[in-house]
Design a protein around this ligand. Structure first.
Ligand SMILES: [Zn+2]
Length: 387
């Protein structure tokens, strides 16, 4: 599949294509960008291209496998910038069975031979996983002769110890091997890790594209689509995940809590905290069902509820300054709330949400945080009423 299949990431694709056409593909890449904008898709397209033997200028007798193949030259030796989709490597890759493709993620600890490692909570991507699944394997010759590709997802969760263990390999990966680290931002990685990788930043996706995909793939109504597009803030992956979680069906409860904040700020805070609890228990069930999910379900759900409140408050703010609402275009409550607000207290309430998000990351008491949000909304919604 061509790299250009990854839509709206032209700058990133352009840089990869230039490297491919010069046959000097860096052996360690760092792809950054918000979750759900195509980092892993782009990395897997690049991986297939690197593994494809239908594309190699002189693959020789190793074309159809044989573990005794001679190592290929250091450069990628690619003839074109698309994988062929027909060679055995491409077929194995598409089936998810290519022996030289390694997808590294934090929950691989469950497959680790050491029982103590298996039992650990996979909050970060630890050194045991990196040693066993990357460092030990990267030293071996490719099973099929062309390349070995390691994609490290959520590389921003690599522990410091794991990053230090990787340094030497990132600096001088064995010939044939490629590492592609994926991270939301480069900031969480050690400077020593960042400096050993070629950094490619992916941007957010346009709203109209996310809207099209939501309507096409999830058959959502225009109203639900508009809401999820605003909530996802440029991430298709997030929008699809929220659609699957049925988040668009919960907006009524959030609007109810916002409305309640007019009279009863603490009641509003409590309602929001309860909704977060319920969403967390739903997502815990998904994790228990074997998905590669987050172990911090409670914090994720609290942050999600705050983001939904944020879409409502931003719509109210748009109406206050004379623009149409984006997330809930036909919702009468938005205009009702806007009529009660002046801009500064409303901006303060939106800032209170950012502060609340930060506090949630620091594991502060959720009940208190949502109380504060309720109170901030109450102030905003009383500011034009002369209370
Ligand atoms: Zn191929």
């Amino acid at each position: 599949m061509p790299l250009s299949d990854v839509l709206y990431q032209d700058a990133a694709i352009d840089r990869l294509q230039r490297a491919l056409s010069s046959s000097r593909v860096p052996h360690a890449y760092l792809f950054t960008g918000p979750n759900g904008v195509g980092k892993e898709l782009l990395a897997s397209r690049l991986a297939q291209l690197l593994l494809c033997t239908g594309n190699v200028a002189d693959a020789g007798p190793s074309l159809f496998g044989g573990g005794d193949a001679e190592p290929a030259p250091q450069d990628s030796g690619l003839k074109s910038q698309d994988s062929c989709n027909t060679c055995t490597d491409c077929i194995l890759f598409a089936a998810g069975n290519h022996p030289d493709y390694h997808r590294i993620h934090r929950t691989l600890n469950k497959m680790h031979p050491d029982k103590a490692v298996q039992k650990r909570k996979a909050i970060d991507l630890g050194v045991d996983v990196v040693r066993h699944f990357v460092l030990e394997r990267i030293m071996l010759h490719p099973s099929r002769g062309n390349a070995k590709v390691f994609i490290i997802v959520e590389a921003d969760r690599l522990s410091i110890q794991a990053q230090n263990a990787l340094l030497k390999t990132l600096e001088e990966p064995p010939g044939h091997s490629y590492l592609i680290l994926l991270a939301a931002t480069p900031d969480e990685l050690l400077a020593t890790t960042r400096s050993r990788c070629q950094h490619i930043a992916l941007g957010t996706l346009p709203d109209h594209f996310i809207a099209e995909r939501l309507q096409h793939e999830r058959q959502l109504t225009p109203v639900d689509t508009a809401f999820l597009v605003q909530l996802a803030q440029g991430s298709l992956g997030t929008a699809l995940r929220f659609a699957d979680m049925g988040i668009h069906q919960r907006i009524g409860e959030i609007l109810g809590a916002c409305k309640a904040a007019v009279e009863d700020p603490l009641g509003a805070g409590k309602a929001l905290a309860e909704l977060a609890k319920e969403l967390a228990s739903n997502s815990k069930e998904a994790v228990d069902a074997g998905e590669e999910g987050d172990t911090n379900a409670a914090r994720e759900a609290q942050a999600l509820v705050l983001s939904i409140v944020g879409t409502v408050l931003r719509d109210v703010q748009r109406v206050v300054v004379g623009s149409p609402p984006l997330a809930r275009p036909n919702e009468p409550l938005i205009a009702t709330l806007a009529a009660r607000c002046t801009t500064r207290p409303l901006a303060d309430s939106i800032r209170a949400l950012s502060l609340a998000e930060y506090q949630i990351e620091k594991n502060a008491n959720a009940g208190l945080i949502f109380d504060t949000v309720g109170i901030a909304m109450n102030r905003a919604f009383s500011s034009a009423i002369g209370v």
